[in-house]
Design a protein around this ligand. Structure first.
Ligand code: HEC
Ligand code: HEC
Length: 207
């Protein structure tokens, strides 16, 4: 995958995660290790969690509960797309629950960059699906769970401003066993065409 080429080696990341894990004896040590480690996260997820790479998700402004759930799913190796295995299993393996909560708090408090519109025609199609669903196909309005402005709510992630390529890839991943905790999403996208998935992905990126 070309866009992921210039990234730090997994060994370097694992070393930092290991240091963080070894120091995880008190919650103060946990918080200090989180503060050090966000610099490592930033090398992929961008400054303050605002990603500039199409296949790397932004974490800024993400719902705390959702981030906690994902990091625990990486640590238990239950969320297992190829890139998650390559980039997130190593780094999450030694994290304590307190460190995971520390990352989630940090990113929930970061200001998300504004959405980016690239294809207004496609976004307009996506907006209709996002707001109304596709009644004849059993697709619920996305806003019912992800919020009127795609801002997210608790365990429902914030898709606003998320990279369209990443979103599209995740919507496809819900068709596979690789994201076992997305049961509602599995039902949601079951009857959607790739073009419809691309349209909602473009729409949420523009929010
Ligand atoms: C070497 C690059 C790299 C580093 C460093 C990295 N990540 Fe990731 N991360 C990724 C990629 C790539 C994905 C998405 C893979 C996919 O699902 O296609 C991801 C996904 C995630 C997700 C899921 C986001 C979502 O919307 O579901 C979270 C949460 C996350 N990373 C947190 C972190 C934290 C916290 C750190 C630092 C401790 C970190 N990452 C360091 C590459 C990285
Ligand atoms: C009934 C509630 C519900 C509805 C309706 C719903 N979602 Fe979700 N969505 C969720 C939940 C819960 C998750 C988290 C799944 C997980 O933990 O893996 C999720 C995850 C996602 C993700 C992954 C985010 C990430 O950062 O990796 C995307 C993208 C997404 N939804 C887009 C949509 C779109 C687009 C629609 C409308 C077509 C939609 N959702 C409708 C509940 C819903």
């Amino acid at each position: 995958m070309t866009s992921l080429k210039k990234l730090p080696t997994l060994a370097a990341i694992a070393a930092i995660a290991a240091t963080a894990g070894a120091q995880a004896q008190s919650s103060k040590a946990d918080l200090e290790s989180v503060q050090r480690a966000v610099h490592v996260c930033a090398s992929c997820h961008g400054e303050n969690g605002n990603s500039t790479k199409p296949l790397i998700p932004s974490l800024a402004g993400q719902m705390r509960e959702y981030t906690i759930r994902q990091l625990k799913d990486f640590r238990s190796q239950s969320r297992s797309e190829t890139d998650i295995q390559a980039y997130m299993w190593g780094i999450s393996a030694l994290l304590s629950d307190e460190q995971i909560e520390g990352f989630a708090d940090y990113y929930a408090a970061q200001k998300p960059a504004p959405g980016k519109s690239t294809n207004p025609k496609l976004e307009a199609i996506g907006k209709v699906i996002y707001e109304k669903g596709l009644a004849d196909k059993g697709v619920l309005p996305c806003k019912q769970c992800h919020g009127d402005n795609a801002e997210g709510a608790s365990g429902f992630p914030r898709p606003a401003g998320q990279k369209a390529d990443y979103v599209y890839k995740q919507l496809q991943a819900f068709r596979t066993p690789l994201r076992p905790h997305g049961v509602v999403m599995k039902n949601e996208i079951a009857a959607m065409t790739p073009q419809q998935l691309k349209a909602v992905a473009a729409y949420v990126q523009s929010r």
